[in-house]
Write a protein that binds this ligand. Sequence first.
Ligand code: PIT
Length: 448
Amino acid sequence: MGEGEAEVKGGVLQGRYELGRVLGHGNFGRVHAARDLRTGRAVAVKVLDKDKMLRTGMMEQIKREIAVMKRVSHPNIVELHEVMATRSKIYLALELVRGGELFARIVRAGRVREDVARRYFRQLIHAVDFCHARGVYHRDLKLENLLLDDAGNLKVVDFGLSALADHARSDGLLHTLCGTPGYVAPEVFRNKGYDGAKADIWSCGVILYVLLAGSLPFPDDNVAAMFRKMSRGDYRCPPWLSTEARRLIPKLLDPDPDTRITIAQLVETPWFNKPSVSRSVRAAAGATEPPAEPASSAKDGGDKDEPPETMNAFHLISLSAGFDLSPLFDVEGGPARGPREGGMRFATREPASGVVSRLEEVAARGGGRMRVTKSGARGVRLEGAERGGRKGRLAVAADIFCVAPSVLVVDVKKDGGDSLEYRSFCSEELRPALKDIVWAADPQPAVV
Ligand code: PIT
């Protein structure tokens, strides 16, 4: 049944989704921009033809994709809102992502700067780590399956080839040969079973290489020749790559899955942890969507009208190890330091109200990803709006202390959720937003 028939009347699908322009085509069908007439929410609708899927044996694939997408709800994965089926078609109502494929960006720009690549790569790793923690292996990670939203955030799509850990044979390994040649790990080609997590990491390595180099690491029209290059680690890093990137890439593109870097090791590497140097894509793109809940509707923390707590000697000592006050102007910049894992602390001459509104803006700018659950002169608490990370909902608490007349210290720490997600939130969102209110004794900005 075509779109002009019963299910789509006047461009409205089942009386619920008003279909708009086509965002993309693929062997999967086509994706339209659409509006949910019940809620007014903008969505994407993927249209699949049942007959075609039955003919091409893709029915199982789509069923698996639906099952997987229901399992994974993460800020860097395109969300599946709803599945509708008619006699001839399947419709997936998905989160709308307007910025197109990362692939198109690379085609346009050739390659991206290392700090921009890092930002995309971190988001990719968050999504992949989240999937792996839920026993989901994507198996077709490539630039074409990474979309960008208006704020330049990465969103993984196409779980059509994904596997669930429960599909592993008794040897604990997956055996299906799938993926896209340039991105597939050598052990997948070897056909002796592979670990889905290790194979995904290889693909992430290829993605990182393409972002930085602007070309595939093992280009070859002949798949057998490509496989030989992959197995020998036969690729060149372009001269513009930093030393840290040169150290990391061979760890990702290690032909031996047993020695290949794991996500746990990857997130501790200097390249992965390097702090952002600019506000980059996100800030440049600016805010697009309103927050899930306006800051004013935040649950009252009970301290709205009280002034910031004055920091006493006890606070100062507990916050600044050994009475060395330099950490007051310090930010996290690498692997966890002590119990305040990835914490961030800075001094400011901005009044408490200014600090609070900056923090509220961070939530407002995140397209509803974080909402304000407490807000007052003594601090602000932000919490992941709906989707938990690997360890549940991310929560960030910023306590504001007065250390001297018109000098405040803001102490930011993780109050819940996954450390990796927290660190990325600090470096991608908080730090850029707070950068210009940080007060440093020397002219160098303390928060970079
Ligand atoms: C867009 C915008 C958007 C979603 C998509 C594309 C989805 C693409 C897609 C989804 C799949 C799949 C293949 C491609 O298997 O919001 O341009 O589930």
